[in-house]
Design a protein around this ligand. Structure first.
Ligand SMILES: NC(=O)c1ccc[n+]([C@@H]2O[C@H](COP(=O)([O-])OP(=O)(O)OC[C@H]3O[C@@H](n4cnc5c(N)ncnc54)[C@H](O)[C@@H]3O)[C@@H](O)[C@H]2O)c1
Length: 265
């Protein structure tokens, strides 16, 4: 898919990867850019930088999101590409305890990292089907293909996001709807800065701009899986080739990172 001339909408667009996507879409000549974020001031700033229009919206409120999507279609035209990108990273509350995050963190992660995509699809799939197609870009994470040591709510909900992206792609190909899922490792954004150092930094942290460039390439190829970090494909292959070996490898990596952190202290 070429974004030139298209109407695109991006959630979580006030910062990080979402912001970089909006700027990249503007460079590529997108026709209209809807900049959606819970933080209205950040959305305004990005809209002004990319020549888009800002929409303050909490994507976990299904009714509000539906209203905003209707408004965007009314004001900016049919959404050709919907980028469901907003995300939060909630980590384990107690180090070394996979079930320790409080329920409110699990629930918030489920709402933002998973239900957002479902709420958007409920509104946009029928519209896209009626006009012969469209595309979703879901920002998941390499954590959804591999895992996130020390962050069970994040890892689990990102796995679920990829599961839903697969379902959308498989179920709605017949409607002309395409799906891409963006799965980076570490990206230099406020979200990454908010979590303790972990394996996502082992292969190098990319800029949000570099991730946006990979995304444009992936969209151009209409690829399902967009992997800005080359190693992720290899790690996935290793995981599926021998799951037990991969689990043992992750245990060792966790130990190595803990020892490194202890030495730094
Ligand atoms: N930074 C990384 O290392 C990394 C790696 C892999 C995947 N990701 C994913 O990339 C996406 C973007 O993250 P980022 O790193 O750019 O983070 P970020 O914190 O810079 O940006 C996230 C944006 O989402 C917005 N947001 C959060 N909750 C929202 C809600 N309920 N409704 C609307 N907007 C909301 C925030 O206001 C913020 O502007 C997330 O889905 C994240 O999980 C990030």
């Amino acid at each position: 898919m070429e974004v030139r001339g298209r109407t695109v909408a991006v959630t979580g667009a006030g910062s990080g990867i979402g912001r970089a996507l909006c700027l990249a879409f503007a460079r590529e000549g997108a026709g209209q850019i809807a900049v959606i974020d819970i933080n209205q001031a950040d959305a305004n700033a990005v809209a002004s930088d990319c020549g888009g229009r800002a929409y303050g919206c909490d994507v976990t409120d299904e009714n509000v999101l539906a209203e905003i999507l209707e408004r965007i279609e009314g004001e900016q035209g049919a959404i050709d590409l919907f980028c469901s990108n907003a995300g939060i990273a909630r980590m384990d509350a107690v180090k070394g305890e996979a079930a320790s995050a409080p329920n409110r963190d699990w629930e918030a992660s489920w709402q933002v990292n998973v239900m957002q995509h479902i709420y958007a699809a409920r509104v946009l799939v029928p519209k896209m089907r009626a006009r012969g197609g469209g595309r979703f870009l879901i920002t998941a994470s390499a954590a959804g293909l591999l895992t996130q040591l020390g962050g069970a709510p994040y890892a689990v909900t990102k796995h679920a996001a990829i599961g839903f992206a697969e379902m959308l792609a498989i179920t709605h190909a017949k409607d002309g709807i395409g799906v891409s899922v963006l799965c980076p490792q570490g990206v230099e954004t406020p979200l990454l800065q908010s979590i303790p150092a972990g394996p996502e930094r082992v292969d190098g942290v990319l800029s949000a701009e570099a991730v946006a460039i990979s995304t444009i390439e992936g969209l151009r190829k209409e690829a399902f899986l967009i992997l800005p970090h080359d190693n992720v494909q290899r790690y996935m292959q290793a995981k599926t080739a021998d799951y037990d070996r991969w689990i043992r490898g992750m245990i060792k990596l966790g130990r190595r990172l803990d020892e490194g952190a202890a030495t730094e202290r």
